[in-house]
Design a protein around this ligand. Sequence first.
Ligand code: PA5
Length: 449
Amino acid sequence: MENIKLNIENAFPFVSKASVDAYEAKVKECTEMLHKGTGKGNDFLGWLNLPSSTTEKFLDEVITVANDLRSRCEVVVVAGIGGSYLGARAVIDALSNMFGWLQQDTKNPVIVFAGNNIGEDYLSELSAFLSKKQFGIINISKSGTTTETALAFRILKTQLEKQVGKAEAKNRIVAVTDAKKGALRTLSTQEGYRTFIIPDNVGGRFSVLTPVGLLPIATAGYDIKKLIAGAQDAEKFCGADVPFKENPAAIYAAVRNELYKNGKKIEILVNYHPKLHYIGEWWKQLYGESEGKDLKGIFPAAVDCTTDLHSMGQWIQEGERSIFETVISIKKSVYKVEVPMDQEDLDGLNFLAGKRVDDVNKMAELGVTLAHVDGQVPNLHIEMPELNEYYIGQLFYFFEKACGISGYLLGVNPFNQPGVEAYKKNMFALLNKPGYEKESQAIQARLKK
Ligand code: PA5
């Protein structure tokens, strides 16, 4: 079995090999901080050995509940936000037939997402769609109090109970939340919902390999055992005992910190497959929330290529030279589509006749890489042998491990997110939430000025 591969050769025109190698001792120190639990945020390190500690028995329990939901529902709404949403969406979008749900002939339930915004029109259109469907809900919230998710769940639960009655609704709702704390735990106990626990020591953005990701992914019909197997192998090849130069997580952490030190303040995660869009969204949250604090941190952005070359391409090629890119490339695509020959050749594309669309895409990718390097954009390259559960599992763990090391190299606590609270405080004050009376007065006075 191959592994995902990291290639950083195209970073070296911009930073020296020696300067990256010089990180070896520091990376070792940071890796030890993770493994010995001596660094900041050490109460959130449960993700580190999560793949190797996940048992077959546990995965079977998740699959059993997923199969029960699959047998009852033609649509499953996954309600969650941030870390309680993006990982599942990334895998489901990456593996689903992009037009499957329009064909409606799939044996898998349609998975839709909610609780990740407060759009009234979104919820209204979702409710209308669900009104004609046999649907269920996976409600995911570690704290159990996140407004976006709780609001959507209240609306969807009310609708489901009206459509199928309280007793059947109970069979179609599964909660993923804290073992003891939070409103969702209380509600689940009271209503008798089936539940899965998000371990205390795993933060939202590191939770995709817990039931947060596993239950929706299994419900969508994908193989969570392969996903975990991939993560288990990545746990080994990114392990503390793997020498620096052979350890992709260590190298990625080192090179991106060196680029940052040299003025490359923005990292763009680039894909050449529309199915990877939400992998980019998941990655943005992982690195953005982990590193963006204490007035530091690489700004994580993502683009879908070649689509975004026709919108962001100009900026990337010739804008301020403060960026580097990390490309996720897929070696082998699933299907084969050849460019047909056309007698008249009015579009002038006969030079491509007989070639696979993926060959064209690969040449676009190579051409863009060369152009970007010429345009002073350092390029890191991650190759996935194929797009499947196993390699996505590898990719997830690789990025998580590198993120932990990278955050410590940067000198921040990669496992907290204090900045996320600021908007919530204002929103609760503006909505007159009980307990926010003082903040409410202060904000009203500020708005009157
Ligand atoms: O990474 C994080 O901790 C956050 O993005 C959370 O996952 C997000 O805010 C949702 O929180 P909760 O699961 O408590 O509803």
